[in-house]
Design a protein around this ligand. Structure first.
Ligand code: MG
Length: 264
């Protein structure tokens, strides 16, 4: 199933997205995530609406965003880093999340802000200490796309990454969540800046796959429904400027497109 989160007169809602004759429609409203306090179910009588006409919201409201650094060999190399021996975790501020279509704001504090197109896991169930032999799939709600926007200069000068990865608008997410794809089977990932292809990878090249990541993370911290795990970015990261448009496409999910603007 595919679903999105979008604005209605009754407030934010989750809706099932279906394809009919080549067009995506929001077919029906869905119950909210158990631990998402911001969404209430609307009254019945919902009429299907074309997906392209609604104001999308970020596909989930995460309690935390647990990112993976250097999870593609060529990306680690392009920034002069070693491939990690175990997954390298960092947290991205939930307040940095924006929806597809919203503007990434370049802060005046940074001279270099990069895109990082990534496949992201969306949790569906609370997960603690997932066992080595345990199937991780029942914990996964689906997959979406994240642009792990990074102030590259501050990432280096700060010595750790909280500020560089955590500015407001630095986590575009969406446009929808789907459980109809399998990263282990290989999903093509492409990032375009103003239409020019900058990143072209496949999830087959992930150093640590989804199951290994979820085991590693939940050995340390409980993942809650709606938590998001961006799985790392392939080679080809590059800076963005105000006026640009950045698009991340993941096979079977869709395209996350955001304009870039200066800070306000
Ligand atoms: Mg990243």
């Amino acid at each position: 199933m595919k679903y999105c989160r979008f604005q209605t007169d009754a407030g934010p809602q989750y809706g099932e997205v279906v394809e009919r004759a080549g067009t995506l429609w929001i077919e029906r409203l869905l119950p909210p995530f158990e631990e998402d306090p911001w969404t209430k179910l609307a009254s019945d009588g919902f009429e299907p609406v074309p997906f392209a006409t609604v104001k999308l919201l970020a596909a989930v409201v995460p309690s935390k965003i647990v990112c993976i650094g250097r999870n593609y060999r060529e990306h680690a190399a392009e920034l002069g880093n070693e491939v990690p021996k175990e997954p390298l975790l960092f947290l991205k501020a939930p307040s940095s999340v924006i929806a597809a279509g919203e503007a990434i704001r370049i802060p005046s504090l940074s001279q270099r802000v990069d895109f990082e197109g990534e496949l992201a896991v969306v949790m569906g169930k609370r997960a603690t200490k997932i066992g080595a032999e345990e199937d991780v799939r029942p914990y996964i709600r689906g997959y979406t796309i994240v642009n792990d926007v990074t102030a590259r200069d501050l990432q280096k000068s700060d010595g750790q990454w909280s500020r560089a990865k955590g500015f407001d608008t630095f986590c575009p997410m969406g446009p929808l969540v789907t459980d109809e794809v399998d990263p282990d089977a290989g999903l093509a990932l492409e990032t375009r800046l103003n239409g020019e292809v900058k990143q072209h990878g496949t999830t087959l090249d992930l150093i640590f796959g989804v199951a290994a990541l979820l085991r590693h993370i939940t050995a340390a911290m409980t993942l809650l429904p709606g938590d998001v795990i961006p799985t790392g970015t392939p080679a080809g990261v590059a800076p963005m400027q105000p006026g640009d448009r950045v698009e991340v496409t993941v096979e079977g999910i869709g395209t996350l497109s955001n304009p870039v603007a200066s800070s306000q």
